[in-house]
Write a protein that binds this ligand. Sequence first.
Ligand SMILES: *Cc1c(COP(=O)(O)O)cnc(C)c1O
Length: 368
Amino acid sequence: MSGLNFDKRVHNFCAGPATMPKAVLEKAQNELLNWKNGGSSVMEISHRSADFTQIAQKSEQDLRKLMNIPDNYKVLFLQGGASLQFSTIPMNLLHGTADYLDTGIWSKKAISEAQRYEQAGLGKINVVASAKDSNYTSVPDISSWQLSENADYFHYCPNETIQGLAMFDVPNVTAPIVADMSSCILSTPIDVSKFGLIYAGAQKNIGPAGLTLVIVREDLLGNANLICPNTQNYKNQADNDSMLNTPATFAWYLSGLVFEWLLEQGGVEAIYQQNLEKARRLYDFIDNSDFYHNPVAKNNRSIMNVPFTLADSNLDKLFLEQSAQVGLLNLKGHKSVGGMRASIYNAIDLAAIDDLIGFMQHFENKRV
Ligand SMILES: *Cc1c(COP(=O)(O)O)cnc(C)c1O
């Protein structure tokens, strides 16, 4: 098959680490050896230098602008991935009981890490409801959730990256809301003031792996458990501008370039409109086909991660081979769900979606 023009770069639908905007990579390439005529790469300068401080401050300002982050929130640029936050959150916020909603693999992992603290006698973890009964294709109605009184926080994952299950409304609960936004941050406008803490590993929608973003309301700081390591203590990191120890400087710099790029695109609202259109085209195509299928309830369908199965799973291998041949990469679904998954983060444009749909149509036509 020919006729697709990838300009040497493929369409990479990887769930993470994921596609970066080409313009960002080009800028980084231009600046790689000699950042701002200082004669060094950003990788090679001290995190305490005036140059890096400038990068750090600018990236935070741009992120604050993009997400409209209120002044009473700290923005932390940490390490360890979203997975380390599964443990860091209870160490900082758990005193009595924490509520968790189970909507998929990532929220389950957050729950099992939190349960260590329960086993160690440091608090209670209450799972308010689980999407398991629907095989993680829809979210139980909030009226059925077993919320505890006076929970320290309520944890959920608004976009389950593996199942493609999303929650678009912020749950109306009284406890401070903690959200794992690893795969949806900056994809959709959100009201940060509705959250106590937002966290995200960078490698989906922000930048390269190695950086973890935490946005936390100030009143939640300063009550960490004694066992909490210094580097995981949000208050300590906030007081030290996320430089208690050496941060992931290069990943931080690249993320800053992504924030600049996003502002140039018109910000989160503009990219959201594009994300909606991308998802609409792909789901419409899947829904109008008898050959492809997505099982997720329509109002819970992720606009970032679109899993789909083929009518005959014996064709999966061929689908993956042929899609890769035409430059559509990393479409294999997670082993727990099977089939395919197209992760269509901010850096994936409409042309990539149209090329994907074109290939899917072609593949189907040859078989039905
Ligand atoms: C990828 C992902 C994680 C894990 O992130 P790491 O940075 O690898 O720890 C956690 N939660 C969600 C929703 C994810 O998509």
